[in-house]
Structure formats: C-alpha cells, structure tokens
Design a protein around this ligand. Sequence first.
Ligand SMILES: O=C(O)c1ccc[n+]([C@@H]2O[C@H](COP(=O)([O-])O)[C@@H](O)[C@H]2O)c1
Ligand SMILES: Cc1cc2nc[nH]c2cc1C
Length: 337
Amino acid sequence: MSDFKTLGQFREQLQKAPRADDSARSAAKVRNVQLTKPPGALGRLEELAIWYAGWRGQARPRLERPQVIVFAGNHGVTAQGVSAFPADVTEQMVLNFQAGGAAINQLAQVFGAQMDVYALALDRPTADFTAGPAMDEAEFLHAIATGWDAVDAQAGLLATGEMGIGNTTSAAAVACALFGGNAEDWVGRGTGVDDAGLVLKAKVVRDGLSRNSNALGDGLEILRCLGGRELAAMAGAMARARVERIPVILDGFICCAAAACLDRAVPGALDHAVAGHRSAEAAHGKLLEKLGKEPLLQLDMRLGEGSGAALAIGVLQGAIACHSGMATFAEAGVSEG
Ligand SMILES: O=C(O)c1ccc[n+]([C@@H]2O[C@H](COP(=O)([O-])O)[C@@H](O)[C@H]2O)c1
Ligand SMILES: Cc1cc2nc[nH]c2cc1C
C-alpha cells in the first residue's frame, strides 16, 4: 500500500526505482540473432521483445497476467463548454465499463487482460484550472495513491487508460506547460468539437497557464494544477509499475500527457513504457516525439479508455511469442546466411 504523506516521498520512490536488468537484456539480444529468420526480419518486434526481457529480468520471457486499468475523473473546466459531450457521460461510461459494454472491455478480453476500473470522486469535479489549481496537494496525492495501489504487483504488463469528459483540454494545458509553444499547437477536437470549440479550448489553455504560472517549473506541479484525478492516477500507476519492473503500454493523448509529467519530474521514469498507438488527437504525434516514443500502431483511433494500448498488447504478445518460442538455427538445422 502507498503511504505518501508528501509529493517528495512519491518522487523519491520513483528516483530510486530499479532499472532494467542488463544481463537479461544482453542474453535476449544474443538469443534474438540465433532465431530462424533473416536478421531484423521481425522489424520492431525484435527490439520490443528485448525491451520486455530486460524489464522482466528474463532472457526468454512469457507475457502473463496483463492488466488494463481505466481511471475516470471529472473536470471543472467542462463548465466552459470545452467538450462535445456533457460531463455526466464520465459516470455513465463508468457504469458501462462495469457492465462490460465498452470498447475497452472487448479489447481487454480479446488479449486476456484483467481489467479494473477506478472512478475518482466523480461527484466532485476538479476545480476549473482557469480559476486556480485543479487539485490541492492532498487531492492530488490521493489520486496518485489510488493509481499506485491499483497496480497488481503480479501483473506482467500494465496498460493505463482513462475516461474523463473535458480531459483533452486538461492534457493540452499540461503538454503546453511542459513543452511550450502556442495553445493552438496542443489542442485538438477531443470527442468532436467544431472549429469554434477549438478556438475556445486554446483560450482556456492560455488562461489556465497564465493563472497557474507559478507551477510551471515542475512536472508534478503541472500535473496537479492543470491535470485531473484520472491523469494523476495514471501517473501513480505508471510509477508503481516502474518500481515493480512491470512494463507499461501507453495509450492516447491524455495518458501520454500524464506520463510526460513523470518523465519531467524524474528523467528516465518512462524507460519501462512504450507507446501503444498514435491517436487521432491532433497533438498526440508531437507529444510522442517529445517523449521520444515511436508508436506501435496508428489506426486513427481517438477513444481513450486504454483502447489503443490494449490493442498493442496483442503486438507485444506476438513479439514475445516469437522471441521465446522460435527455434534457433542450430535447433532447427536451418543454414545461416
Ligand atoms: O486517447 C485519446 O487520444 C483521446 C482523444 C480524444 C478523446 N478521448 C476521450 O474523450 C474524452 C475527452 O474528450 P473531450 O472532448 O471531452 O476533451 C475522454 O474520455 C478521453 O478518453 C481520448
Ligand atoms: C461515449 C464516450 C465514450 C468514451 N470513452 C472514452 N471517452 C469517451 C467519451 C465519450 C463521449
């Protein structure tokens, strides 16, 4: 169980988290070149399997017990009309997740993942960040701790997803605070706002940054002041996974904005994470570039919920199955080139 009394304690856990196992990684590399295929013929699957082997500390790993966690939160900033959908949809979708009716339920099931859903104080939206910080420190720490505790320490993989009407505005503000540029560079259509909605979102992001200008020097402060509970919980879950050496697959724009705050707070904090997909949200590609992560999939999805990350579980399963299951040239009696 987490017992963070201060943000400093959380940061400290992340700073002292273990790194990947270099000897398992090296052994996996040696195995990779012996497998019955032309060198490099499995493309990015090869590096993916080696990355996974390093984090799990096994040269010939199996992917067992993948976990998908969906965190839901409500945002005070929705009162400004930044989403194409009403804020009530957050709670309605949580009921849908719990009943098994959402896209993420189907995808988690297809890839054999356990799926957990956490609704964070939906009846108490965060404060509108154009008027002040979205969360106070206690609320923020509580959301981080919820994410931290939600991770199954026995899981072999974590995919983090979210649900929160208004959260593409929050994520755009976070990204703009972290990486600079104009608000227009970071806002997108989210659930489907029109051109006027885009203009409004950019103004809201600008207002949020100027109202919280004293917070912009630190990744965790940016997440507290401009993020939301579901973003904080995703960051908490990713941090816990890092401590447990559980590899992570990142989802869309909102998930990556939360992740970027961790990376800013503790450089290298995302070394155990790969980008599951590039979503259709306008600035997701740019955010992934800032993170130095090449997405595994690009299917024009813009759902959130962890759906892109869940699909990428299948890619990782394929990579690991080949790496660990294939015969070597020597075993199969196949001539090397
Ligand atoms: O994952 C993405 O890149 C993504 C892009 C656009 C929208 N979403 C989802 O849509 C919701 C936020 O959209 P909005 O328009 O209410 O800000 C939230 O529940 C997200 O899961 C997610
Ligand atoms: C229906 C609906 C489902 C979602 N899932 C994630 N974000 C969402 C937003 C809406 C509006």
